[in-house]
Design a protein around this ligand. Structure first.
Ligand code: CAA
Ligand code: NAD
Length: 284
């Protein structure tokens, strides 16, 4: 099993920036790329300020914080990924866009490199089939926020090799995560269960069962969830929630997975959640 030292992360949004931070703090050389230069510089800024905050809280020494920042390189040129041992893709939740990126990465990275996707729901087997290395393609699904949440869900595609699986599992363990393994079916384990709950919370709001505050308080205080489902949808991003529901609906073929019309309408209105300042709730 080849040792992973250098990690390429594509996508500097909520997930990619969190994964890059986690890897840099744990001593890996990290290349971070985003197609949008503003998103890339925002990612660099937010990672730097989070690392400074971890240092100021005493969770990391000043030296380790400085080392983590030195480990991180942001690049607008994907060609810089030539020598990485693994790429973790965390771009938009679209099969078409992800496949295009996988084709590009397949042509750039060295032959031994692993291509991992942080997809929430999309078939790893289909992403793998866009490349010339399906045995080296795998799902490595972090939870949001990646530096804080304890889980990584690993998804083997139909052709994923044992070597790829073992190297990915070892990497997730070195990042301090608990690992679960899922078969390659839409939504895997976590989102197969979580997203229908969030969608149902939208139905409860849509049909006037209760206010958003009472729906969230019901689940937060009634079932000890850290956030209510509508607050959690804002945290995840309503666009991401909608994309996942569409994948569940198309992939599992049951009308129970049809996205709630209110969720669709909020996304149409640009109410994408915390990242846009407005979703179910308004953030100032
Ligand atoms: N990045 C890095 N660190 C973060 C962070 C972020 N975006 N947000 C919060 N933190 C850190 C804080 O710095 C703080 O660290 P310290 O304890 O060292 O001080 C810690 O997390 C707690 O933060 P806060 O005190 O600000 O807030 P909190 O106690 O309410 O915790 C939370 C925030 C961890 C997000 C918590 O509310 C929570 O666990 N919510 C549920 C999150 C969840 O369910 N995530 C999974 C979503 S599903 C998914 O990710 C899969 C998918 O495909 C959609
Ligand atoms: P996001 O919208 O915050 O960030 C996506 C980033 O990808 C943006 O900065 C965008 O500029 C960039 N991007 C888009 N297309 C690109 C391309 N072709 N090349 C390079 N960069 C590109 O999204 P996110 O919430 O970080 O989600 C990213 C992925 O992680 C999705 O697949 C999502 O399903 C998955 N995921 C999300 C969460 C969550 O809670 N948001 C949790 C687990 C997994």
């Amino acid at each position: 099993m080849a040792e992973i030292r250098s990690i390429g992360v594509v996508g500097g949004g909520q997930m990619g920036s969190g994964i890059a931070q986690l890897a840099a703090v744990n001593g890996f050389e990290v290349w971070l790329h985003d197609a949008d230069s503003t998103a890339l510089s925002n990612a660099h800024e937010s990672i730097s300020s989070r690392i400074q905050s971890i240092v100021s809280k005493g969770h990391l020494t000043k030296e380790k914080g400085a080392e983590a920042l030195r480990n991180l390189r942001c690049t607008s040129n994907l060609e810089d990924f030539r020598s990485v041992d693994i790429v973790i893709e965390a771009i938009v939740e679209s099969e078409e866009v992800k496949k295009k990126l996988f084709v590009r990465l397949d042509n750039i990275v060295k032959g031994s490199a692993i291509l991992a996707s942080n997809t929430s729901s999309i078939s790893i087997t289909r992403l793998a089939s866009a490349t010339s290395r399906p045995g080296q393609v795998i799902g490595m699904h972090f939870m949001n926020p990646p530096p804080v949440m304890k889980l990584v869900e690993i998804i083997r595609g139909a052709s994923t090799s044992d070597d790829t699986f073992n190297a990915t599992k070892f990497l997730a363990e070195r990042l301090g995560k608990k690992i679960i393994c899922s078969q390659d079916f839409s939504g895997f384990i976590v989102n197969r269960i979580l997203m229908p709950m969030i969608n149902e919370a939208f139905h409860a709001l849509y049909t006037g069962v209760a206010t958003k505050e009472d729906i969230d308080a019901g689940m937060k205080f009634g079932t000890n969830h850290p956030m209510g489902p509508l607050e959690l949808a804002d945290h995840i991003g309503l666009d991401v929630c909608l994309s996942i529901m569409k994948v569940l609906y198309a992939g599992l073929g049951d009308s129970k997975y049809a996205p709630c019309p209110l969720l669709v309408q909020y996304v149409d209105a640009g109410r994408l959640g915390r990242k846009k300042g407005i979703g179910v709730y308004q953030y100032s």
